[in-house]
Design a protein. Structure first.
Length: 230
């Protein structure tokens, strides 16, 4: 399988590790080269080549039997995709040296930044999370059993969840928070704008005429009533 490029081999390694992890997680016997080849549709020669690399990187172990099988070398939660990619890239061979010059430093720095970004994304995906997601997708694609209800929402949520969410986090019970008491705000007082000051016309004070006591008026006596001296 010399025509398979490096990217293809890395993808095959991820498929192999997921297949081995699924069987281990379900308590099934270790998968053999032939079984993996048939199940994944990958030529057995390519499976052998990639498996040798995974063995050299201590990611899988060979289990003896009538036909050798393969199991994870350590718990699935301690293996992530970054470990597998590094194994496929750096387990065999050496990196060529180039001339030490200013351009080399610039290119090497950019290459290191790219590797750091990829490592950050790949290291967040554990094999346990990938195995759980693969199993959920298989259950979603399987035909339903007669008379058994299907929790579609749970299966879709498991498949669509981010890869970097570990099984421990996914299994954490949800914390119920009490609803805050909603206090209806008191109605705002209605403010009536003051009316324009009304002009109140005050009556002008009447002039008070002071009346002095009237002097007695002498009435003229009738001639008949007057007494004349005799």
């Amino acid at each position: 399988m010399e025509n398979v490029n490096q990217r293809g081999r890395e993808f095959v390694a991820l498929r192999l590790m997921t297949c081995i992890g699924q069987r281990f997680h379900r308590g099934l016997p270790p998968a053999t080269i032939r079984e993996i080849s048939v199940e994944l549709g990958i030529p057995s020669k390519l499976v052998q080549q990639v498996m040798r690399t995974l063995l050299a990187a201590h990611l899988v172990v060979e289990v003896s039997g009538a036909e050798a099988g393969y199991s994870p070398a350590r718990p699935l939660e301690t293996i992530n995709c970054h470990h597998i990619l590094v194994a496929m890239r750096a387990t065999h061979g050496q990196e060529p040296a180039t001339r030490d010059e200013p351009v080399r430093i610039e290119v090497l720095g950019e290459f290191a930044r790219i590797q750091a970004a990829e490592e950050h994304a790949a290291a967040a995906v554990s094999m346990l999370a990938l195995v759980n997601r693969a199993q959920a997708r298989l259950e979603l694609a399987a035909p339903p059993e007669p008379g058994k209800p299907i929790n579609v929402a749970a299966k879709v949520a498991a498949v669509d969840a981010p890869l970097f969410v570990s099984a421990a986090v996914a299994a954490t019970p949800a914390v119920a928070f009490a609803e805050p008491d909603v206090v209806s705000p008191a109605p705002a007082p209605i403010v009536v704008p003051p009316r324009p000051a009304e002009i109140i016309s005050k009556p002008e004070p009447k002039s008070v005429v002071s009346l002095s006591p009237t002097a007695p008026v002498a009435t003229a006596a009738d001639d008949e009533n007057q007494s004349f001296p005799l």
